[in-house]
Write a protein that binds this ligand. Structure first.
Ligand SMILES: [Zn+2]
Length: 329
């Protein structure tokens, strides 16, 4: 038995400790995502692992917040991987893509892919589903170096660093991915103000992050999880092995449980809106050169074709329908 094949997300609390956690395993859906990319040549193995870890991490991060919009985890690299993106919707639909512009060695560590000169960046964007005019998405950005300027070697380190710097949240993350499974475990100290103080701790302003014994003990257990265990063991076995001495409270979702799944949010309307944004002159010059416009979605490989008649219609309709209006659905 190598675990169930359906992608799963488990959330839990530790009774008496202000610590919460989540475990995700993406399986068939992760393989489906990679298959879509095969037509374009697929990814080198280290890029597959990076994207899988990013997809798992993005699901974990979205599951931890109540947010009606997309969470976008993005790495802008200074090496052969120019950009890597994983995006998760509130229903846990995920998609991911990477732009590889140079040679990636079969055993390339993360820093050699995205942080060669120490100029790589990691950004987390929360993009609300319904934007009111003038509203900007929330975005936090951190460099991929630690406080002493050392390049960070793992995505999990980058995210822990991000959470401390940007959110002042103590976090422990273990991630692993290959071409079959993308999985992750997240342990986080709950913000101390409010209901999280199960052991009667007061939400003290200025409390030193990391000073919490419970969190440190549980994070140490989580960090002992090996990557091969995370890839091959089912969720129940992982949680039991790590936390059998802890009072684990599994959060059972009300109603239909949300399941992580691969889905793309691209559409012909969005591509049309993008073309309208380019402007009539640019679109006409592409048509003059190629005869038609063919836009392929980076995330899922879907092609959207516009012949000269379709293209002309884009700019006729524009007077009745402002570009971008379909975003508000
Ligand atoms: Zn797509």
């Amino acid at each position: 038995m190598k675990g169930r094949r359906v992608s799963e997300l488990h959330r839990f609390l530790f009774d008496g400790a202000p610590v919460r956690g989540a475990l995700v395993r993406l399986t068939d859906d992760w393989q489906a995502l990679l298959q879509r990319r095969q037509a374009a040549g697929g990814y080198p193995a280290p890029v597959t692992a990076l994207l899988g870890e990013m997809a798992a991490a993005a699901v974990l991060l979205h599951s931890n917040i109540k947010f009606a919009g997309a969470l976008v985890l993005q790495i802008v690299g200074d090496g052969p991987v120019k950009v890597a993106v994983a995006e998760v919707q509130p229903d846990l639909a995920f998609r991911a893509t990477a732009t590889v512009v140079g040679e990636v060695a079969a055993d390339a560590p993360l820093a050699d892919m995205v942080n060669v000169l120490g100029q790589g960046r990691c950004a987390i964007t929360l993009d609300p589903r319904e934007r009111t005019p003038g509203m900007q998405p929330y975005q936090g950005i951190v460099p991929l170096v630690d406080a002493r300027g050392q390049r960070l070697g793992r995505l999990s380190e980058m995210l822990e660093h991000y959470m401390r710097q940007s959110e002042q949240l103590d976090t422990c993350i273990v991630l692993a991915a290959d071409e079959r499974v993308a999985a992750g475990l997240l342990i986080q100290r709950m913000p101390t103000a409010g209901a999280g103080n199960l052991a009667g701790r007061a939400g003290v302003e200025g409390e030193v992050p990391g000073a919490d014994e419970d969190f440190n003990r549980i994070a140490l257990l989580a960090a002992s999880l090996r990557r091969d265990e995370l890839l091959t063991l089912d969720a129940d076995t992982v949680l039991h092995r790590l936390f059998w001495q802890e009072q684990l409270l599994r959060l059972v979702p009300q109603g239909q449980p949300l399941q992580p799944h691969f889905a793309c949010t691209c559409s012909r309307e969005r591509v049309a809106s993008m073309l309208q944004g380019l402007g009539v002159a640019e679109v006409e010059s592409i048509l003059a050169e190629r005869g038609e416009i063919d836009v392929a979605c980076d995330f899922c490989g879907q092609h959207y074709r516009f012949d000269p008649v379709d293209a002309a219609r884009l700019f006729l309709d524009q007077t009745q329908q402002p570009p971008g209006s379909e975003r508000l659905q």
